[in-house]
Design a protein around this ligand. Structure first.
Ligand SMILES: *[C@@H]1O[C@H](CO)[C@@H](O)[C@H](O)[C@H]1NC(C)=O
Ligand SMILES: *[C@@H]1O[C@H](CO)[C@@H](O)[C@H](O)[C@H]1NC(C)=O
Ligand SMILES: *[C@@H]1O[C@H](CO)[C@@H](O)[C@H](O)[C@H]1NC(C)=O
Ligand SMILES: *[C@@H]1O[C@H](CO)[C@@H](O)[C@H](O)[C@H]1NC(C)=O
Length: 217
């Protein structure tokens, strides 16, 4: 009779942030820090989808969901110190989910939950122009691939917000695409477009050839 090993599974941060396209770590450890080398480690999503399964000292790919194929890994060297954290790379927007980190050894099983939020930084804003028959010109700023939904505004070179058209926003698999139009006045001088989400900002100056008026010198 082998007495059950006593350990708990702990996700030190219940909430982790990833950035689409980059690598991320989903932290999970044993307490106390026993070696997990001979244990079964199972990372699954809340709805039971296999993310990464390690048993009998090897990764068990047949229990992995297609969408995670080739993007996950445990840190083999770290298993010895009870670190069963998962590496996910590259992160996708669709990885936003709640995950369970489960560890099983003879007579003992425990798991811990963590939530993953994925943000995405969109494309450099793209400015195009429309010259109307009545002689006025509007500029259209577009940017795509943002998460969460960004704000988009037109500014003077001094940083004052210009009254602009309504924000047009659509959600795709790759995040939010936004665009906004502005009719510029001669007094506005050079203008720029700014797209920002809580942690990221991208700006573009309207190209010189799109400025219907002269620069202020
Ligand atoms: C575990 O791995 C060893 C060595 O690869 C193999 O001989 C054994 O059959 C495996 N056991 C199970 C339960 O898969
Ligand atoms: C687990 O291992 C990873 C990769 O080496 C490391 O970045 C992380 O800090 C480790 N976590 C703990 C709690 O030791
Ligand atoms: C910018 O707009 C032009 C014209 O609509 C388009 O061809 C180009 O792909 C856009 N670039 C980006 C990065 O959105
Ligand atoms: C010129 O035409 C555009 C497009 O029809 C319109 O949005 C704009 O308000 C017009 N400007 C003036 C000064 O009438």
């Amino acid at each position: 009779f082998v007495s059950p090993v006593k350990f708990n599974v702990v996700a030190p941060s219940g909430l982790v942030y990833g950035l689409a396209g980059e690598d991320m770590l989903l932290p999970c450890v044993l307490e106390p820090r026993l070696s997990a080398e001979g244990m079964d480690v199972e990372w699954v999503t809340e709805d039971g989808g296999g993310v990464h399964v390690y048993k009998n000292k090897t990764d068990s790919l047949d229990e992995q969901d297609e969408s995670y194929r080739g993007r996950t890994g445990l840190f083999r060297e770290e298993l010895r110190t009870g670190n069963v954290s998962l590496k996910l790379s590259p992160v996708r927007l669709s990885d936003a989910n709640t995950y369970w980190c489960g560890v099983k050894a003879d007579g003992r099983a425990d798991d811990a939950k963590l939530k993953v939020i994925v943000n995405a930084v969109g494309s450099q804003p793209n400015i195009s122009t429309e010259i109307h028959l009545n002689g006025s010109a509007s500029l259209v700023c577009q940017s795509e691939g943002w998460y969460p939904e960004p704000s988009i505004e037109w500014l003077t070179s001094a940083g004052e917000v210009l009254p602009s058209g309504p924000v047009e926003s659509s959600r795709t698999r790759d995040g939010f695409a936004v665009s906004r139009r502005v009719v510029i006045q001669e007094s506005d001088g050079r203008v720029k477009c700014r797209v920002s989400s809580p942690n990221q900002t991208k700006e573009a100056d309207a190209p010189r050839e799109y400025q219907p008026f002269q620069d202020e010198k």
